[in-house]
Design a protein around this ligand. Structure first.
Ligand SMILES: *Cc1c(COP(=O)(O)O)cnc(C)c1O
Length: 397
């Protein structure tokens, strides 16, 4: 018999009832160190006092009004994002995949309004992830996401981001935009080198294409900059955001330059919930924290400490791990044993990590993680690695 919760996830038998910073407390009282943060969502950890305050204060005043009216919290958050980024304008969504829908719609509408309705094709990349909506799965293109869900939204080409010549060759009179994650998340924490992002920027500028960055996972302080593309100096025309920006409250955004958004006018797009007072009050509190230079310094510093420790761990357990990659607090351990074994051994040691493609284990801790928690992470990661190594030795005996 089908479970009352539709069985679209293979769930671990863990039932967390409380969260405190970097910790998750299971119903049986065990305290798990959370290096997953709800897949890069709980940017400030669980139950951060400033977020609890922002949410409860707003809850007492006004939860929701329609976008038919002025929403001051939304205005405030949009102003902050415009001040802090390349963007001139922001649309708020409730999730990453909705941000993808709008990014795709915006790119197509841009060319339609410019008198080039043929320009609908979007170049996307292998190993990418852009969400589970029809545009999201078509953009990512992997069979794992699309199989059985056809007919797919047409107009996407999938290339290897390392092959600049192939990208250039794929551009024709129908190309509207290029979409890329500056650091692939689901794909296995694969950072796109700065020179590739710069190269794509130059290519888009030269060919008059729109460049879309999907920063749903790598944005909002995760890599030690407010947005990951800042490392490269290459700005997009359109940027998708979600996950961390709500700190756990469902909130997403699409940021754009004035030109890229020039096709969007009253009635061209909408959302019932997107940018409501409750979500934006929380979003403002998240951005106020994460955008502080000292906060981002700390993320970079802790990211460096974590990276170094992971490198030693890889050296110590060469039969379990192959290497480590990523930036800031978005790190991936490439595994030699199945990554699901590492995940499981982590659970046994009260440690939460997140699997990704390419046999990688992702570490996406709360950006507020402190020194003692980093030390504790190494203790538990070491135990986890020892357990995997022992299991490997027993199976080859
Ligand atoms: C998670 C993710 C999405 C989809 O976000 P949802 O909120 O699950 O719809 C899109 N792009 C990237 C890069 C993501 O990591």
């Amino acid at each position: 018999m089908i479970s009352s919760v539709m069985p679209t996830y293979a769930r671990a038998p863990l039932n967390f009832v409380k969260g405190e910073g970097s910790w998750l407390i299971e119903a049986d009282g065990r305290r798990f160190l959370d290096l997953g943060a709800g897949i890069a969502v709980n940017a400030l950890g669980h139950a951060h006092p400033k977020l609890v305050e922002a949410l409860s204060e707003q809850a007492k005043a006004l939860w929701h009004v329609s976008n038919l009216y002025t929403i001051s919290q939304q205005q405030e958050l949009a102003d902050k994002l415009v001040d802090l980024t390349f963007a001139d304008t922001v649309f708020f969504t409730n999730s990453g995949t909705e941000s993808c829908e709008l990014a795709v719609k915006m790119a197509r509408k841009y060319w339609y309004e410019k008198g080039s309705p043929n320009k609908v094709e979007i170049i996307a990349f292998e190993g990418s992830f852009h969400g589970r909506s029809s545009a999201g799965i078509a953009a990512a293109g992997a069979e794992k996401l699309t199989k059985g869900f056809g007919p797919l939204l047409p107009g996407f080409k999938h290339l290897d981001w390392k092959d600049h010549d192939a990208i250039e060759a794929a551009i024709d009179e129908n190309t509207a935009a290029i979409i890329i994650e500056p650091v692939q998340g689901e794909g296995g924490i694969r950072p796109v080198p700065d020179q590739c992002l710069k190269g794509l920027r130059e290519l888009c500028t030269a060919k008059g294409l729109l460049l879309i960055f999907d920063e749903v996972q790598c944005g909002v302080g995760r890599t030690g900059k407010l947005f990951a593309h800042e490392w490269s100096g290459a700005n997009p025309d359109i940027m998708m955001v979600a996950k961390g920006i709500g700190g756990g409250f469902p909130l997403g955004a699409v940021l754009a330059t004035e030109d890229a958004a020039s096709g969007m006018s009253a009635g061209s797009h909408g959302s019932t919930y997107g940018g409501n007072p409750l979500a934006c009050a929380v979003g403002c509190a998240v951005i106020d924290e994460v955008s502080q230079p000292e906060f981002l310094d700390q993320v970079r510093h802790n990211g460096g400490v974590l990276l170094q420790g992971l490198q030693s761990l890889v050296a110590e357990f060469p039969d379990v791990f192959e290497g480590v990659r990523g930036q800031g607090l978005m790190l991936g351990l490439m595994c030699k044993v199945p990554n699901t074994d590492v995940l499981q051994a982590g659970y046994d040691n009260e440690l939460i990590t997140i699997p990704a493609a390419d046999n990688v284990i992702r570490l996406l801790p709360a950006l507020t993680m402190d020194k003692s928690e980093i030390e504790e992470a190494f203790v538990r990661l070491r135990k986890t690695a020892q357990q995997c190594q022992k299991a490997g030795e027993e199976s080859t005996r």
